[in-house]
Design a protein around this ligand. Structure first.
Ligand code: NCD
Length: 353
């Protein structure tokens, strides 16, 4: 792995090695305080973040490295109209690893084409969030012993919830996984995710009710309705508050079930659930820091590539997804990839029409 853009690109063996490393770090963090000494991480956050931004920063600091960057794009040259390409060419000249979050789908993929150092996708619009998946898998493995054989319920805004998309991609690498995808019909997973699950022969069922499936679950992964991604405010109003996990609903769940959430929570988990031993979302955030330490060690120590191959110059966007990075960066090459036999945008995965 040179970049981490999409969890689908991470071979199972490489994940297993990363988990082993994250586990060693958790058990004896003092042994790792110098492994990234002299290394510098760039943190480019074009979108709000608390956990992801802080956990990447603390991860690098705990490895003995340093960090620079911005959490407010208005304080960077984007505000002056600089292209993503130019920003990345310049920043990757200063840093050993670049962590990027943006509201445009496919941003990290686009950045990776122009970077001399590894790029990490810290969330690209409603598309993917693979490092949250490293936190999620670390939590499940640490607390349940393994991921194989589990029955998961993913609940909430599955259309716009990027953490869910990355987690589904990861689950294709494990054995005997079952999924209940719990969402209102209008917030069901995007077509490219359904095509991915079918292509990989994954067992999944789409349902609208949470309570009826709770007793079967080993993991319940709650997510927030992603207000900032709604084009139509009425659609948000119709769906907000649709799922609320309460102590009473948990009574029917297995005593060993894990309640997870990438956070931030709005109202989808009642506060009285926090003290239930099955509620592990705050631990999950802490495990995410250790998972990111393992990832940064892996990526920041790679040799620089100061002569990346030239990238074809695009002439017009081929993708019609209004949230795709190609809409605002027309020089990007026309990348296409097949998902379930359909031609899809190589940046945001939307089907090409
Ligand atoms: C998630 C995100 O940003 O996608 N948060 C996170 O990174 N922990 C989930 C969310 O915002 O709902």
């Amino acid at each position: 792995m040179r970049h981490l853009i999409d969890f689908g690109d991470v071979p199972r063996q490489e994940w297993d090695a990363l988990y082993q490393r994250a586990s060693q770090i958790m058990d004896a963090p003092e042994k790792f305080i110098d492994v990234c000494r002299g290394k510098v991480m760039a943190s480019l956050f074009y979108e709000p973040s608390t956990r992801t931004n802080f956990s990447f920063q603390t991860a690098m600091l705990r490895l003995g490295g340093t960090v620079f960057g911005f959490a407010d794009p208005n304080s960077s040259s984007v505000a002056k109209g600089e292209t993503l390409k130019d920003t990345i060419k310049m920043v990757s000249g200063y840093a050993d690893v670049v962590v990027i979050r943006a509201p445009w789908e496919g941003t990290a993929k686009a950045a990776s084409l122009y970077s001399s150092v590894p790029v990490v996708n810290a969330g690209d619009g409603g598309h993917m969030h693979p490092t949250q998946t490293t936190a999620d898998l670390t939590t499940i493995t640490r607390l349940r012993g393994s991921v194989d054989g589990l029955c998961l319920g993913l609940c909430g805004d599955l259309k716009n919830g990027r953490t869910v998309h990355s987690l589904i991609k990861a689950m294709a690498k494990f054995k005997d996984i079952k999924f209940f995808l719990i969402s209102p019909r209008e917030l069901a997973v995007p077509e490219y995710m359904r095509a991915f699950m079918r292509e990989n022969g994954m067992w999944f069922t789409e349902v609208t009710g949470l309570e009826s499936v709770i007793p079967q679950l080993d993991v319940l992964y709650m997510t927030r309705i992603q207000r900032e991604r709604f084009v139509d405010p009425l659609e948000y109003e119709r769906n907000k508050g649709v799922y609320v996990l309460t102590r009473r609903k948990l009574e029917r769940a297995k005593p060993t079930m894990l309640v997870m959430h990438p956070l931030p929570r709005v109202d989808e988990i009642a506060v009285d659930v926090d003290d239930d031993p099955r509620a592990v979302y705050f631990r999950q955030a802490r495990y995410g820091m250790f998972a990111r330490m393992a990832l940064l060690e892996h990526l920041a120590l790679q040799p620089r590539d100061d002569d990346p191959p030239p990238v074809e110059i695009g002439t017009r966007p081929v993708c019609t997804n209004p949230r795709c990075i190609t809409q605002s960066q027309p020089y990007l090459p026309p990348l296409v990839r097949k998902i379930g036999g359909v031609d899809c945008c190589g940046f945001c995965d939307a089907a090409l029409r």
